[in-house]
Structure formats: C-alpha cells, structure tokens
Design a protein around this ligand. Structure first.
Ligand SMILES: *[C@@H]1O[C@H](CO)[C@@H](O)[C@H](O)[C@H]1NC(C)=O
Ligand SMILES: *[C@@H]1O[C@H](CO)[C@@H](O)[C@H](O)[C@H]1NC(C)=O
Ligand SMILES: *[C@@H]1O[C@H](CO)[C@@H](O)[C@H](O)[C@H]1NC(C)=O
Ligand SMILES: *[C@@H]1O[C@H](CO)[C@@H](O)[C@H](O)[C@H]1NC(C)=O
Ligand SMILES: *[C@@H]1O[C@H](CO)[C@@H](O)[C@H](O)[C@H]1NC(C)=O
Ligand SMILES: *[C@@H]1O[C@H](CO)[C@@H](O)[C@H](O)[C@H]1NC(C)=O
Ligand SMILES: *[C@@H]1O[C@H](CO)[C@@H](O)[C@H](O)[C@H]1NC(C)=O
Length: 206
C-alpha cells in the first residue's frame, strides 16, 4: 500500500483535470455569437431636394445580417423593424416585419424592404438645413443550430441613430452597425469570467 503514496490523489487529480479540459472544450464548441446587423443603405426619396418629391414617404433601407459563427447556423424569428424620429423618439414613424429565415454558418444575408413612413412626421423631421435624424430599432429572437439540435431562443434587440442629408441619403458613408445597450458587454464579461475560472480550475489541478 505504501508503494504508491498519493496514488489515489494523483488519480483523482487527473480525473478533475480531464473534467476541466472537457468542460473547457464543451464551452468553446457550444459558445454562440449573436449575428451582427448593419444598415448598408438608407434612402428617403421624399427628402431628396433635387427630386422635389415631398409626397413620397417611402424609405428604402438595406439591411445586412452576418452570422460570424464558424460552425453554427442561425434560425431567425420574424424581424421587427421600428422607425422613430430622433432625438425626440417620441413618435413612431413606421414599422416593418421581415419574415424569419435560416442562415448557414459564416453567411451574410441582405434584405431591402420598402417601408412606408408617416408622411406628416417625415415632413416635420427635416431641419432647416435639409438634414434629418431618425432612429431604427431591430428586434427578433434567434436559435442556433449546433449540429443536429437547436438552442433555445436568444433575444436580439439592437438599434442606431441615422442621419440623413438633403439628398435623402444617410450621411455616414460606411455601413452603420446596430448595437444593443449594455447587455452585449455584460454577456461578454460573463463569458470571459467563465473562461477565466475554468482556466484557473485547470491550473489548480496540477
Ligand atoms: C416643385 O414642385 C412644385 C409643385 O409640385 C412646383 O411648384 C415647383 O416649381 C417645383 N420646383 C422645382 C425646383 O422643380
Ligand atoms: C417613392 O420613391 C421610390 C423610389 O424611387 C419608389 O419606389 C416608390 O414607389 C415611391 N413611392 C410613392 C408613394 O410614390
Ligand atoms: C418632440 O417634438 C415635437 C415636435 O417637434 C414637440 O412638439 C414635442 O414637444 C417633442 N417632445 C419631446 C418629448 O421632446
Ligand atoms: C406597426 O404599424 C401599424 C400601422 O402603422 C400599427 O397598427 C402597429 O401597431 C405597429 N406595430 C408595432 C409593433 O408598433
Ligand atoms: C402620423 O403621425 C401623426 C402625429 O403623430 C398622427 O396624428 C397621424 O395619425 C399619423 N398618421 C398615420 C397614418 O399613422
Ligand atoms: C443641420 O442642423 C442640425 C440641427 O440644427 C445639426 O444638428 C446638423 O449638424 C446640421 N447639419 C449640417 C450638415 O449642417
Ligand atoms: C414582433 O412583432 C410581432 C407583432 O407585433 C410580435 O408578436 C413579436 O413578439 C415581435 N417580436 C419581437 C422579438 O419583439
């Protein structure tokens, strides 16, 4: 018996070590990233001074949805778009629902709906110098496809302000990323916390 002092302890340690490593790999392969949403284009023909066409209340918006997950597909629920005037944001100018769909891993999707906005509010939104400000909210829920099974629903609630020039086009030349409030950062911190404690656990096992 005294031939192998601490044999049982060593066995126990390697068991915990293996458990820790397994947990780490499980966590790495089950981790999911929400899709990233951008406004690629935002055009209001009615606010284009060159057209002299204030009766047109159509918004042409191009959305880009990117699934950055290496090996997980995404099932989108119906995507609700809501449009407000800004900085007031007290007035709902219009809304639009994009039907749900499936997106494979590392894929990009583009949607370009025509949205009818409230004409009265649209005419009020313009500053004397011709620019106008809006706010776009996007709300949906997504499920991730990990091999054969689907995860539970994750809420996606993002938005951004959009400034439009006197040609009715968004002033920001680059695509606008839609962001959530603080929740995304919190989620990231929680994930990093879990990872760090796992690594600590694994090293304590030595
Ligand atoms: C714009 O339209 C109004 C009425 O529809 C017209 O009176 C005016 O001359 C037009 N202006 C230009 C620059 O075309
Ligand atoms: C407004 O302009 C857009 C783009 O030119 C066009 O597709 C749409 O039919 C127009 N809407 C109305 C109500 O005239
Ligand atoms: C929003 O704007 C409208 C008109 O521009 C104004 O009458 C109203 O008081 C504003 N509301 C808030 C909460 O600022
Ligand atoms: C969307 O707009 C329609 C018509 O303007 C309105 O009846 C409906 O309540 C709106 N839905 C939401 C979620 O704001
Ligand atoms: C547009 O907005 C105004 C002001 O909020 C409201 O009185 C009007 O009923 C709205 N029109 C439509 C068609 O929703
Ligand atoms: C137009 O006016 C608004 C409000 O006065 C201001 O916030 C905006 O920066 C102006 N835009 C330009 C291009 O001057
Ligand atoms: C989107 O709008 C529909 C109808 O108003 C509603 O039933 C659904 O819960 C909304 N989805 C989200 C994620 O807010």
């Amino acid at each position: 018996m005294s031939d192998q002092p601490g044999g049982c302890c060593r066995c126990c340690c390697s068991f915990i070590f293996t458990l820790g490593l397994t947990a780490l790999f499980m966590w790495l392969s089950l981790r999911t990233d929400n899709p990233t949403c951008y406004i690629q284009n935002f055009y209001l023909p009615g606010l284009n001074k060159a057209l002299n066409n204030t009766a047109n209340n159509t918004l042409v918006i191009e959305l880009k949805l990117e699934n950055g997950n290496k090996d997980k597909g995404i099932y989108y629920d119906a995507i609700n778009l809501t449009f407000y005037d800004f900085p007031n944001k007290s007035h709902l100018m219009g809304n639009y629902t994009i039907p749900g769909f499936y997106q494979g891993h590392k894929k990009k999707a583009t949607r370009q709906p025509l949205v009818e906005l409230n004409k009265t509010l649209l005419l009020q939104a313009t500053y004397p110098n011709g620019t106008a400000n809006f706010h776009v909210d996007l709300a949906t829920a997504v499920r991730f496809k990990i091999m054969a099974w689907k995860t539970k629903r994750h809420k996606l609630d993002v938005g951004s302000d959009v400034e439009v020039n006197d040609q009715g086009i968004k002033t920001n030349k680059k695509k606008i990323k839609l962001r959530s409030g603080a929740s995304e950062h919190k989620r990231y911190c929680a994930q990093m916390g879990a990872l760090v404690s796992l690594v600590v656990l694994v090293f304590l096992d030595f």
